[in-house]
Design a protein around this ligand. Structure first.
Ligand code: VGL
Ligand code: ZN
Length: 204
């Protein structure tokens, strides 16, 4: 088998009570833990920003969270400060199994955000995940986690572009859904032939 499970950003700040809480973000943890045994490898991603990161509204005078700013690489949504390196908000949800093959951190360059597990938001700076997966021979990826309409969708779309067969197990994802972002993300994933399904979920 060559199937890897990619668990996107199941971190305290994206769960209820966190700085950028995704509604129901914590509900998916038991399901994801259960899915892990059905894959040849489990990879966790961790949003990992330095203080004063350029994706934080607090780094742009006069801007509020959820407004956009123009970056060198295009428009960027501004977020509340979240997932700051070495804080409890950046830690994985305490119940998430972390006995994974690889933990890949992203968003640690001050000037570029990184939604995707593969490329930063400039669409060219790689995280190294593609090299890891290629070298280990994985071509089949299932993605779960937070948030469906940002990091999960960007990761899935990049993975398709890179030639992987990709399924997003929607039951084990939750969305931010700002200004219709979930509908847009689902449409883009459908058009890109991402399977929007339940891979590995039904058993749990
Ligand atoms: C995410 C916004 C900012 C995500 C990360 O994990 O979807 N969203 N940073
Ligand atoms: Zn972030």
């Amino acid at each position: 088998m060559t199937k890897a499970l990619i668990v996107i950003d199941v971190q305290n700040d994206f769960c209820p009570g966190g700085a950028l809480a995704v509604p129901g973000g914590d509900e998916i943890v038991p399901m994801i833990n259960g899915m892990m045994t059905g894959f040849d490898a489990v990879i966790l991603t961790q949003d990992w920003h330095p203080k004063g990161h350029s994706s934080f509204a607090s780094s742009h005078s006069g801007k509020s969270p959820f407004e956009t700013a123009k970056m060198t690489y295009g428009a960027q949504v501004l977020w509340p400060d979240h997932c700051v390196q070495n804080t409890s908000g950046a830690a994985f949800h305490p119940d998430l199994r972390t006995d994974a093959d690889l933990i890949i951190r992203k968003g640690y360059r001050t000037d570029i955000d990184s939604y995707s597990a593969f490329f930063e938001n400039d669409q060219t700076t790689p995280t190294g995940l593609h090299g890891y997966l290629k070298e280990r021979g994985f071509n089949n990826l299932t993605m779960v986690g937070l948030a469906t309409d940002f990091c999960v969708a960007f990761s899935a779309l990049d993975a398709v572009r890179l030639g992987y067969k990709v399924e997003v197990a929607l039951a084990a994802c939750r969305a931010i859904d700002m200004e219709g972002s979930l509908a847009v993300a689902l449409e883009k994933m459908k058009n890109a032939e991402v399977t929007l399904g339940q891979a590995g979920v039904s058993k749990y």
